[in-house]
Design a protein around this ligand. Sequence first.
Ligand SMILES: [Zn+2]
Length: 401
Amino acid sequence: MTTRGILLRNARRAFGDRVDIRVRDGAIAEVGPKLEASGGDSLLLDADGALVIPGLIDGHLHLDKTLLGLPWKPHPAGPTLSERIEAEKHLRHALPLSVEDRAANLIRRVLSNGTVHLRTHVDIDPEIGLENLYGVLSARERFKDFISIQIVAFPQSGVVSCPGTAALLDEAVEAGADLVGGLDPAGIDGDPDGQLDAVFDIAERRGVGIDIHLHDRGELGTSELVLIAERTAAQGMGGRVTVSHGFCLGEVDEATFGRTAERLAESGVAILTHGPGSQAIPPINRLRAAGVTVFAGSDNIRDSWSPYGSGDMVERVMWIAYRSGFRTDQELAVAFELATIAAAKALGLDRYGLDVGCRADFVVLRGSTLGEAIVEHPRRSLVVKSGRVVAHEGTVIDPPE
Ligand SMILES: [Zn+2]
């Protein structure tokens, strides 16, 4: 990848001050008012007073499931988790585009909206084996200069209840997945210890992180969170374990919430939310006050699980804020951290932000304040990844075919 010297002029940071940003060798080299252009600035850009924000992070996306780019398909699934799993299995046999090409469609969409890092969950089960993983690995390779992608080997059909899956998860990690996933250890497998033993064993042997989908409700869900926290602490995996969704945290009484949040914070287990429409949302401020890392992702976009989703993390931040009852600019700024610095922490990304020395990943968009930009979520004027302009006015530049 060729990185260029860039001077971005006249950009406004989230809290109002205007700065110029100089980029060299993929990193932010200088930040300040009215920088002088130098011979190394091969590209001069004028933000014209628009906001500059760090490159956005989508902490939970299903690249292999999306139908984006195909003709509209009416949503097929029933109301329960098991019905949706079966509906998806039926659908995936009849898709005219490969996993790689559908993943590429969604990658282009999120890139155009300023997402330059993402974590994706890829289905692994005995029927499809590692097929979806290979498709997403190919898409990751195609877009490696445009976006960084972490892959979770995700047991969509369960682990203990779906014989052969544990061995496939292990193979998936060997083949290039960065994390091992889980799914409702009680609700899907009916064997919390069995699933968690398998998942934590793979993580320990392979030296990878963990990201577990947890939809189980109420105190059943919080009891599983405690089991996950205990194993995370026992294996010294603090900071490398995520529980996605955790609706239960928004459903239990104050005392149960307090005890559970304390265990999550002590052990270093992060919580991911997509701002669910029909389930309880984990209480973001109370979790943060307890010391828990909370971050954000899109989850399903235009697939058999959800007809919704735009691939825009600024819009997603607005929905999370809306579901959380946030109204002030300060509260909106908290929600924004879920798709930026909190997500960088959860994904273990270093040199993240707009300071000198950080990777030159940033996005320019209109908005007189960060709050206005979140509510309006206007088209992104500019997206820069590692010092390279990857999207301009909502269009990805030179996308790989
Ligand atoms: Zn998911």
